[in-house]
Design a protein around this ligand. Structure first.
Ligand code: AMX
Length: 435
């Protein structure tokens, strides 16, 4: 058993009695109430999910296992000369709640490297897609095609004890996490650089560096990759991608079904696709300005024109956050250090000066501040990943780490099949006293 798996098992055994006690002794205690607008409005804010992997404070932003993003980036081990930590170390943290030592991360890196091989039939599935297909559709199908590898399914059919569900799920999840960056890079090269062909992975490199290598990118794209995957990994359980993964896995569908479903949820423009929308919108602005940096008045007009045509300002607002997203700030810091003169970065910075005030005046958005997506496309664009359809694939790879860590723990703690209750509009009208 690997060091990570051993540590995880110890944590699971320690945690199980806490969940059992809560259900057995406090199962009837009320922790929230539901209003009509919540029932009709996407269940905003209802406390009805439990996860210990991450928590999203509306003002402070995300914490992974109690650590803020700057703390995560500072404390996790890094390779020599790197600014950003190993993604493999993040997996260790998400699963165990502990910051790994260099030795413990090395162990995970070796384990991941041993699981990397992407079967030829998955590549065939990818190759069979027309080149006009959206890369998210291809990613979803590629992950789905891997489903036949599920150890959970094999063991379940043979009659596995519930107490062992986490083990087979851990194996499936770790196999998928090791492969999904390679699948992403394969899709990228097929769609955008078929003339260059595909690169085999480099077994001497960690996940972030190998992804950069397979994408054909030089330094510091390895750090961009690590930063990107780490900051997108988790955002507690209620967002569309995390919740979809959890929901599908709650029926004991294996992690391949669950991950493919979470990818499908992430592909919507109000969620993961927003980063590509931001780039489209910024390019529209740049074209309008003929490449020059707009004045404050020109920027304001562009923002108001977008709003007045009934569209949202991509990269701004959030269902839970009520302040600037720390994931935006982490990327901004990176941009200030590495690409302060980048054209698009200057646009993004200038927009930060005007959009929050306009959204406040517009009076609809509960949060006028930027979210993660307002910055992330700019970083990718700068390093030559200009095919913005691809940005949500990068988001998906990062998000898989959080979603799969959650699913492993869901199985370890025996979380139930999800089944909330619905009512009809007529019932709702009766409940509030409308005749
Ligand atoms: N521009 C214009 N209007 C906005 C807005 C924005 N950026 N953000 C919210 N609003 C509007 C909503 O459309 C809604 O209008 P309605 O009453 O006419 O339906 C109203 O303000 C209230 O919305 P809210 O409660 O503040 O937000 P929400 O929880 O309903 O939606 C989100 C959250 C992110 C979908 C929304 O802010 C939005 O559409 N933002 C732009 C797209 C985006 O950046 N998405 C990425 C989010 C992060 C991620 O998941 N990757």
């Amino acid at each position: 058993m690997s060091t990570l798996k051993e540590k995880l098992y110890k944590k699971i055994k320690e945690h199980r009695p806490r969940t059992t006690k809560l259900i057995k002794e406090y199962g009837d205690k009320v922790i929230d109430q539901v209003t009509v607008s919540q029932a009709l409005g996407g269940m905003r804010g209802i406390k009805s999910l439990v996860t210990d992997i991450s928590y999203l404070d509306p003002l402070e932003g995300i914490r992974y296992r109690g650590y803020t993003l700057p703390e995560v980036l500072e404390k996790l081990p890094k390779s020599k000369g790197a600014e950003m930590p190993y993604v493999e170390g993040l997996y260790y943290l998400l699963l165990t709640g502990e910051i790994p030592t260099q030795e413990e991360v090395d162990d995970v890196i070796i384990d991941f490297n041993n699981r990397r091989t992407v079967p030829q039939y998955v590549k065939n599935v990818i190759d069979a897609f027309p080149s006009e297909s959206h890369p998210m559709a291809i990613l979803s199908a590629a992950v789905m095609s891997l489903e036949r590898e599920s150890l959970f399914n094999i063991k379940y059919k043979k009659g596995m004890s519930k107490m062992d569900y986490w083990d087979a799920t851990y194996e499936d999840a770790t196999n998928l996490l090791a492969k999904i960056p390679l699948i992403g890079a394969y899709i990228y090269n097929k769609l955008y650089h078929p003339e260059k062909g595909h690169r085999f992975c480099d077994p001497t490199l960690d996940l972030g560096a190998n992804f950069a290598y397979m994408m054909g990118k030089d330094k510091p794209y390895d750090d961009v990759t690590r930063m990107y995957f780490i900051i997108h990994a988790d955002h507690e359980s209620g967002n569309v991608s995390a919740h979809t993964g959890h929901l599908v896995a709650s029926s004991l569908s294996d992690v391949y079904y669950a991950t493919s479903a979470m990818i499908n949820g992430l592909a919507g423009p109000l969620h993961g696709l927003a980063n590509q929308e931001v780039l489209r919108w910024l390019q529209g602005l740049r074209n309008k300005m003929g490449g020059k940096l707009p004045s404050k008045e020109e920027l304001k007009k562009y923002v108001w024109d977008t709003l007045n045509s009934g569209q949202v300002i991509p990269g701004y607002g959030h269902a839970v956050l009520r302040k600037t997203d720390p994931r935006y700030s982490v990327q901004r810091e990176f941009c200030l250090k590495h690409l302060p003169e980048d054209d698009l970065f200057k646009y993004v910075d200038a927009l930060y000066e005007v959009v929050p005030d306009i959204l406040r005046e517009h009076g609809k958005a509960k949060n006028p501040w930027p979210n993660v997506d307002a910055q992330s496309g700019v970083v990718q664009w700068h390093y030559g990943v200009t095919q913005y359809d691809f940005y949500t694939v990068l988001f998906s790879i990062g998000r898989s780490f959080g979603v799969l860590s959650n699913i492993i723990w869901d199985r370890a703690l025996g979380y139930s099949l999800e089944r909330p209750k619905s009512v009809t509009t007529e019932m709702l009208e009766k409940m509030v006293g409308i005749d």
